[in-house]
Design a protein around this ligand. Structure first.
Ligand code: C2E
Ligand code: MG
Ligand code: MG
Ligand code: MG
Length: 287
């Protein structure tokens, strides 16, 4: 490989470059093996309603890799590589089906229990996505309104016209769309009127920057924006009681974060729900 550059220019063997390439090759192999072996799990983080005493009204599905040697690996350590290997549509399709099936299980006790699932750019760009979502809803029987598909601004804005088309088609199925990590991307505001979005998830950086008492905050401004555009806000990354209280004062009904619960295996949510008195959660009337 030393003469790869052509023109007869011989390159010296670079041990660092070689080690990096080798490491990457092994990581790719390991990931493909893990996918083949079905080593992935979906964990679920509760989303609570602050206006109803903090009951759990839904969850966000978050993928993890149960690695035989490394233990539980978070998505930050494998999603990008999976994306580069073109495996995210397949993995994401599996997450979607698994999550919807699980949501149906929880809906027996809590009708209207909501399931949030993250979509990546490659999934949004996949022409089969709409059929796939329709099929998963049909197979699992989950009411479309109780499925919320989350995408980040950077995903939605890669191709605005195409995104608007795909999101509209998804909305025709009855599912809802959330803008994830809202406020961290570029020119968020101008796109709220272009994209058919129902929910904004206020990024945890804004939630954590809220002042203890008084004072304006970006979180508050984002809440105003949400109201202006008739979008339901969900605060992400709530880590303490002060933040939860402040959000309640700002009339942000929904929140998610370590203060309430960490992401957990399905069984943990089942146990949590068993302690909660069964109620009909979904009381908002569809417009
Ligand atoms: P996200 O969709 O914004 O998910 C929220 C992330 O914040 C999760 O990280 C969650 O564990 C973490 N988090 C929740 N509460 C708190 C808190 O109070 N404090 C802090 N510091 N963090 C909190 P996780 O599970 O590592 O996921 C990271 C990202 O990976 C997700 O961000 C999402 O963009 C992506 N992701 C996860 N699962 C999937 C999936 O199935 N498909 C796709 N396409 N992306 C996924
Ligand atoms: Mg998300
Ligand atoms: Mg987020
Ligand atoms: Mg986030």
């Amino acid at each position: 490989r030393a003469k790869r550059d052509g023109g007869g220019v011989a390159r010296r063997f670079d041990p660092v470059m070689f080690a990096k390439a080798e490491q990457r090759r092994l990581a790719e192999q390991d990931l493909m093996r893990g996918l083949e072996a079905g080593e992935f799990e979906v964990h679920y983080q509760p989303i609570v309603d602050l206006t109803q005493g903090g009951i759990t009204v839904g969850v966000e599905a978050l993928v993890r890799w149960r690695h035989p040697e490394k233990g539980l690996v978070p998505p930050a350590l494998f999603l990008e590589l999976a994306e580069q290997l073109g495996q995210v549509p397949r993995l994401g399709g599996w997450v979607l089906e698994e999550a919807c099936r699980q949501a149906m299980d929880w809906q027996i006790r809590f009708p209207g229990f909501e399931m949030n699932v993250n979509l990546s750019a490659s999934q949004l760009g996949n022409p089969k996505l709409i059929d796939e979502v329709r099929e998963v809803l049909r197979r699992t029987g989950l009411p479309p309104h109780d499925l919320v598909l989350e995408l980040t601004e950077s995903v939605a804005l890669t191709d605005l016209v195409e995104s608007a088309r795909v999101l509209s088609a998804l909305k025709e199925l009855g599912v809802r769309i959330a803008l994830d990590d809202f406020g961290t991307g570029f020119s968020s505001l101008s796109h709220l009127s272009t994209l058919p979005v129902d929910v904004v998830k206020i990024d945890r950086s804004f939630v954590q920057a809220m002042p203890e008492t008084g004072g304006a905050s970006v979180a508050e401004a984002v809440l105003h924006i949400a109201r202006t555009f008739n979008l339901s806000p969900v605060a992400e990354g709530v880590e303490d009681a002060g933040q939860a209280e402040r959000l309640r004062e700002l009339a942000c009904a929904r929140a998610q974060g370590y203060h309430f619960a960490r992401p957990m295996p399905a069984l943990g949510v089942t146990e949590l729900l068993a302690k909660q008195s069964p109620v009909v959660i979904d009381i908002d009337v569809e417009s």
